[in-house]
Design a binder for this molecule. Structure first.
Ligand SMILES: *[C@@H]1O[C@H](CO)[C@@H](O)[C@H](O)[C@H]1NC(C)=O
Ligand SMILES: [Cu+2]
Length: 161
């Protein structure tokens, strides 16, 4: 009886805690098309995805024709290519280290301005390993409180049943 109750509480705890420590995801930007023009709407590509701290973005492309610049919101909107700092290997792997919005553009020709070869994503923090971004604060703390409550229940059940 004791063990059964303890197990049930621990299982409930795991169910609450596990989704928050989900494994990191590797995102191939544009899926099979990769990072290119005339094939992928990158706004649409990113729309239904949840990017988390620790995930990786993989830009796969022909380095003769494309490259990747991480830019700020203004340069993203105006398609302003920085003078340096571009990624040019054709297989650029970027680890998403911090929560918040990230902007990327192609710096070749008019790929950004005329072909919308640009990607903006929002990276969400893992509340158990990284400080949560401000907009998520109330939601994250409620999840943590829920997990802590269940943990206390689990500990209590070990001692009292
Ligand atoms: C790309 O997709 C977004 C979101 O679905 C849409 O608003 C936008 O008009 C599309 N862009 C083009 C160039 O089709
Ligand atoms: Cu390009």
């Amino acid at each position: 009886m004791t063990f059964r109750i303890t197990f049930a509480v621990l299982a409930a705890l795991a169910a609450v805690a596990l989704p928050q420590c989900a494994v990191a995801t590797d995102w191939r930007v544009g899926d099979n098309s990769g990072w290119t023009i005339n094939e992928v709407n990158y706004t649409k590509w990113a729309e239904d995805k949840v990017f988390k701290v620790g995930d990786k973005l993989i830009f796969s492309y022909d380095p003769e024709n494309h490259n990747v610049f991480k830019v700020d919101q203004h340069d993203f909107q105006t398609c302003t290519v920085p003078v340096s700092g571009g990624l040019t290997t054709g297989h650029d792997v970027i680890t998403l280290a911090t929560p918040g919005k990230k902007w990327y553009i192609c710096g070749k020709g008019t790929h950004c301005s005329e072909f919308q070869q640009k990607l903006v994503i929002n990276v969400v923090g893992d509340p158990l390993t990284a400080p949560a971004p401000a907009p998520d604060k109330s939601r994250s703390s409620r999840l943590i409180l829920g997990a802590e409550y269940l943990f206390m229940m689990a500990v209590a059940s070990v001692f009292f049943f």
